[in-house]
Every structure is written in structure tokens, then in C-alpha cells.
Design a protein around this ligand. Structure first.
Ligand SMILES: Nc1ncnc2c1ncn2[C@@H]1O[C@H](COP(=O)(O)OP(=O)(O)O)[C@@H](O)[C@H]1O
Ligand SMILES: O=C(CO)[C@@H](O)[C@H](O)COP(=O)(O)O
Length: 484
């Protein structure tokens, strides 16, 4: 059997995959995202390390079979600065972090040919932008760090003692030449950023190291196990859900939400509102609409209202669509697609005495669904036909929530039968890298639930709410800009 580990934003997922494609066991363990200052989002990698051991030990309980290989997947874009041995020098700075908003404009001074190499919108939260901030604000750590790593690459270093990255995560750093498939050294030079701390790039499905004795003891596994490079969570989820052919889209709802579609050529978005990244397999790319605030915003509202997830759904769906005039914007950590605005923030607008906790909760779900609709529109505007969406991620399990998503997006939603799609993708890469699968064609296909969630014709309340939602962000942006 194969072990996939997905180092997500809110929790790590471990999944055991039998070679015949059966999921033997899944487990997850949560950690915290800290916001020690407004706009910051950090996690201490020590929390990741402990959580990985708990999740892996949980899936390994009562298993007689041996693990053949380990594959990794992880949240994208962040920065883990380490010393020579892989010891973090500060907490990891995550993709949702907008502290680089003051310095990210340095990217805008780059000549057009370098922007063409990056082939992506310039946004906060990307490793390159965060490194510009670290250079200015934490120069001692910036100068002395040995490595700058993506979260799952840090985990692999800790597991194997070997340092590497792979194209799917490297392409999400804003330090990567997506067209030439290598580090964008010219961009690093033009920004005066260090290049000697970037890891070597190896194929996602290659063996990048083997489990050390210390790491094996931590996880309760045998030492020497091959650890495959793995992939960024979005790229791994595409393998996990089988979204590999152009024409199919995948919607992942986790802490953030992503809508992706594969590309057989690297075609950048002419409007530069969506991302273009390398997929896990060679000669494949994907277009990505990235919405920063899905589970992050819902979790904040849920905790504020003191509700369990069960109560969330029991209350929210007693309220009529449109929430009797209440609109929620989920932009707690700024927004990427389509607004590209790190200074955007969340809001409830239209509150009246008639509104209850149930209205607040439903409006949050509607607001997140509307933000996904704007992402879908941005991706369709790049010239892609959307016929169906495959669902992945821990935030799409509830049928009523899925129905609301289907009604808002007006597309059939196909659920895969595994919630941890990225961890499944990571296990598949472990299988290819270790030779358990000769190639992708040998991987048993993912089963898809027999009955998709079909969109219902839009309710008048929901149509009005969508109009209100669309009109609010431009007005609030104007208001923020004109604050004294
Ligand atoms: N029942 C639920 N409905 C909607 N969202 C949920 C539910 N349970 C958890 N979530 C949200 O989904 C996110 C976790 O999904 P997951 O795919 O594990 O994310 P990540 O990979 O970012 O850790 C959390 O932000 C959580 O708030
Ligand atoms: O930001 C992106 C893609 O651009 C995400 O892929 C992040 O990697 C976060 O994923 P989750 O942890 O929310 O699933």
C-alpha cells in the first residue's frame, strides 16, 4: 500500500491507498493558523511535524500490510526559511498572508519579458513577494537562512534529510519561469533577491529521498522507505480526482477554494486574473482561479456564532435564499481571483433587527458561493467551456451546502468518493515514483458518486442576492480608498 500525506492549511491529511485503488484508511489532524498582526497568516512548522505523526499513526493503526512508498502534497505559495539542517528560523508565512502588500509593487517594475516568464498575476502571499518583505523587515534571517522552502518541501526535508522541490509547487512562487520550466533567475536578479537558497527541482513523481531513522521513529514506520517529491495540493488533487483532460473542471473547497482546469499548453490568462501553474505530470499545466476565503471565512463565522458544523446547516437552511436583504463578503484575507486586492476585507451589509444567527450563517455560505461564481466566470473568460465540476476538499461534504453551490454556479457538481483528493494524488505519485504503477495509465480510475448535484433554476431571492454581492465590492473598495 501507498501513503499520501497532504499538508493542508488547517490540517494534515494522511491516506492509505491499496495498489488496486481502494482507499484503506484516511485520517487528519488540525493545527492553527495564527494572525499575530493584521493581514498576517503563520503556522509554526513544529505543529505540522506533530500533526503529521498523529495522522500517520492513526491511519497505520491495525494495518498488517507494509507501506511501499510515501508521497507528499501541500498548501502552496508559502515560505519556510531554514538553516542547513532544515530547522525553521521563524514561523512559516502562508499563502493567505498579505504583509507583502507594501513591497509587492517592486514586481510591477519588471520588464514585460520577465512578466511573460512568470505568466501569473502579481499577488501577496506568493513566496517571491513574501521574500521581498523578509529582506526589508527581517534582514538578519533573510541573510543567514540556508533554504527557502515550500511547506511540503520542508516536510520532505524533515522526513528524508534531502532538499528538493518540484515544478508544481515551484511554479506557484512567482520565482518560476512557467514557459521554460525552471527557476526564473532573471527575475530574481532583477528584484535583487537571493537565488542560492532555492532547492533543486526534481520531477514530481521521482523518488527524492528515503525516510530517516529519526523520522521513521516519529511516524511509526520503517526507515528507508522511498519518499516521492509529490506536488502542490491543487496539482495533487487533480490527480486524485482524475481531472487530467482539458474540458473538465475541479472545484476544491478547503481553507481557500480553487477552480482549476488542465491545459496541454502553457496559455496565460490575457486578462491576468487567473493563475497558470505546472501540473504534477510533465507537459501539463492548469489554469487556476484562486479564492482566498472559503473555509477560512466560514470557520470564523461559525466560531463567532458558537455553532457546530451540524448546527450551521440546521440553522442556515431554515432561512430563505437571499437572507432577507443580508449580504456577506468573505474577503477576510484580501482576494485573488477576480479582484487581485490584498486590501479587500470582509463585510456584512444590510443588517436589520429581523436578522438572526441563522441569517448571518446562511449569508456567509451564500457569500462564499458567490465568490466561487466570480472565480468560475474569470476562468470561463479565459476561453474555457465549463460543463461539469468535480468536487474535492474537506469543505464540500454536506449535501445542502453542495446544493447551494450547484444552484449558484449553475453546473452539475460531481463528487468523488474520497474527501482527501490531494492526499490521494500524493499516494498516486508515490505509486508512480516507486514503480508500483508503471505510469498514470496503470492507476485505477477514481470512482465518482452516481448522482451529481444538479443545479435548480435560480430562485428570485438568490438572483437578487447575487446582484447585491456583485455591486458591493466595487463600492466598498471606493469607500476604503477614501478613508482619511
Ligand atoms: N461541514 C463543513 N462545511 C463547510 N466547511 C467545512 C466543514 N467542515 C470543515 N469545513 C472547512 O473546511 C476547511 C477544511 O477543509 P480541508 O480540505 O481540510 O482544508 P485545508 O486543506 O485547507 O486544511 C476548514 O477551513 C473548515 O472550516
Ligand atoms: O492558494 C492556493 C492555490 O493558489 C491553495 O492551493 C493553497 O495551497 C491552499 O489550499 P487549502 O489548504 O485551502 O486546500
Amino acid at each position: 500500500m501507498l501513503l499520501g500525506i497532504d499538508l493542508g492549511t488547517g490540517s494534515v491529511k494522511a491516506l492509505l491507498l491499496a495498489i488496486d485503488g481502494t482507499v484503506i484508511a484516511e485520517a487528519s489532524h488540525a493545527y492553527t493558523v495564527q494572525a499575530p498582526q493584521p493581514g498576517w497568516a503563520e503556522t509554526d512548522p513544529a505543529e505540522w511535524w506533530q500533526a503529521v505523526a498523529i495522522a500517520v499513526r492513526t491511519v497505520m493503526q491495525d494495518q498488517d500490510d507494509r507501506v511501499l512508498a510515501i508521497g507528499l502534497s501541500g498548501q502552496m505559495h508559502g515560505v519556510v526559511l531554514t538553516d542547513e539542517q532544515g530547522e525553521p528560523l521563524r514561523p512559516a508565512i502562508l499563502w493567505a498572508d498579505t504583509r507583502s502588500s507594501e513591497v509587492v509593487d517592486r514586481y510591477r517594475t519588471l520588464p514585460l519579458n520577465l512578466h511573460k516568464q512568470l505568466a501569473n498575476p502579481i499577488t501577496t502571499g506568493m513566496a517571491g513577494a513574501t521574500l521581498l518583505w523578509l529582506e526589508a523587515q527581517e534582514p538578519a534571517i533573510y541573510k543567514t537562512a540556508r533554504w527557502t522552502l515550500q511547506p511540503k518541501d520542508w516536510l520532505r526535508f524533515r522526513l528524508t534529510g534531502a532538499v528538493a522541490t518540484e515544478p508544481s509547487d515551484a511554479s506557484g512562487t512567482l520565482l518560476y519561469d512557467v514557459m521554460a520550466d525552471t527557476w526564473a533567475i532573471d527575475v530574481l536578479e532583477a528584484l535583487h533577491l537571493r537565488a542560492n537558497w532555492l532547492p533543486a527541482i526534481v520531477p514530481s513523481a521521482s523518488i527524492a529521498g528515503s525516510l530517516t531513522v529519526e523520522a521513521a521513529a516519529h511516524l511509526g514506520l520503517q526507515s528507508g522507505l522511498p519518499v516521492v517529491a509529490g506536488a502542490a495540493d491543487t496539482a495533487a488533487a487533480m490527480l486524485g480526482t482524475g481531472v487530467l483532460e482539458p474540458g473538465i473542471m475541479q472545484l476544491t473547497v478547503g481553507s481557500g477554494a480553487q477552480i482549476v482546469t488542465p491545459r496541454s499548453q502553457p496559455i496565460p490568462d490575457p486578462q491576468v486574473r487567473t493563475h497558470l501553474y505546472r501540473a504534477a505530470l510533465p507537459h501539463q499545466w492548469y489554469t487556476l482561479a484562486a479564492m482566498q476565503n472559503a473555509g477560512l471565512a466560514l470557520e470564523w463565522v461559525r466560531q463567532l456564532l458558537g455553532l457546530s458544523w451540524q448546527q450551521v446547516y440546521a440553522k442556515a437552511f431554515t432561512v430563505a435564499p437571499g437572507c432577507e436583504g443580508l449580504t456577506f463578503l468573505p474577503y477576510f484575507t484580501g482576494e485573488r481571483t477576480p479582484h487581485l486586492d490584498p486590501n479587500a476585507r470582509g463585510a456584512w451589509v444590510g443588517l436589520g433587527l429581523h436578522h438572526t444567527r441563522s441569517h448571518l450563517m446562511r449569508s456567509a455560505l451564500e457569500g462564499v458561493a458567490f465568490s466561487l461564481k466570480q472565480g468560475l466566470e474569470a476562468i470561463v473568460a479565459t476561453g474555457i467551456d465549463a460543463n461539469e465540476l468535480r468536487l474535492a476538499g474537506g469543505g464540500t461534504l454536506e449535501p445542502e451546502w453542495r446544493q447551494l453551490l450547484g444552484d449558484v454556479l449553475q453546473l452539475p457538481l460531481h463528487s468523488i468518493t474520497v474527501s482527501a483528493a490531494s492526499a490521494r494524488g500524493a499516494a498516486i505519485l508515490a505509486g508512480i515514483g516507486s514503480g508500483a504503477y508503471a505510469d498514470l495509465s496503470a492507476v485505477p480510475p477514481m470512482s465518482i458518486a452516481a448522482h451529481p448535484t444538479m443545479p435548480r433554476s435560480p430562485d428570485a431571492g438568490l438572483t437578487d442576492a447575487w446582484s447585491r454581492y456583485q455591486s458591493l465590492y466595487p463600492q466598498l473598495r471606493y469607500w476604503r480608498k477614501h478613508l482619511p
